[in-house]
Design a protein around this ligand. Structure first.
Ligand SMILES: *[C@@H]1O[C@H](CO)[C@@H](O)[C@H](O)[C@H]1NC(C)=O
Ligand SMILES: *[C@@H]1O[C@H](CO)[C@@H](O)[C@H](O)[C@H]1NC(C)=O
Length: 159
């Protein structure tokens, strides 16, 4: 039993180390966090419709290098209001940024790059489309173990 546990730990460690074969300081992609006022029905509805439009654009190919994450009706992590994340690979930044600029309506978009330097990514390297919000930086780590590579999510990301 003890040997099995050791083997499992060693295998896990190997897989984790083997998976990190990318540059940890390079920008691999971007998060577009759409913010809405979760206690305001109009704002929440606009965000839900905007998310459905993003899903359509992903399926139609304009945002093919992006994937959606779930709809958060409460503040989560550093995000001070309701939000949902769209993760886009760096290859499609110009296209996805143009699309968000033109289609965000009344919603604020918080845009930040994806490296392992989480606090830098969410502060000096970030920007807002629309009115800025104050983030809860204490919810972030200076250095992450891995970069978010916009891989398909294993948990359900349905609205
Ligand atoms: C982003 O790129 C990675 C490879 O670097 C790929 O595995 C992943 O599927 C891509 N994500 C999307 C949403 O296109
Ligand atoms: C933005 O807000 C205005 C004023 O509340 C509203 O008339 C408009 O429909 C909103 N835009 C979208 C895309 O929902």
């Amino acid at each position: 039993m003890y040997k099995l546990v050791c083997l499992a730990i060693l295998t896990t460690a190997f897989v984790v180390v083997a998976a990190v074969n990318y540059d940890r300081t390079e920008i691999h992609g971007y998060h577009f966090h759409t913010y809405f006022f979760q206690k305001d029905d109009d704002s929440t509805q606009e965000a839900r419709e905007f998310r459905q439009e993003i899903q359509r654009q992903i399926e139609d190919g304009l945002l093919a290098n992006c994937r959606l994450n779930r709809f958060n009706m409460d503040p989560v992590g550093p995000h001070p209001v309701g939000s949902f994340e769209t993760c886009c690979n760096k290859t499609s930044l110009s296209q996805s940024l143009s699309w968000f600029m033109q289609n965000r309506g009344n919603l604020t978009i918080f845009l930040h790059p994806l490296t392992t330097e989480e606090i830098l990514d969410h502060t000096v390297r970030s920007s807002f489309l629309g009115s800025p919000f104050k983030l809860k930086i204490s919810a972030l780590e200076t250095t992450l173990a891995a970069v978010d590579l916009c891989l398909p999510l294993t948990t359900s990301n349905d609205v």
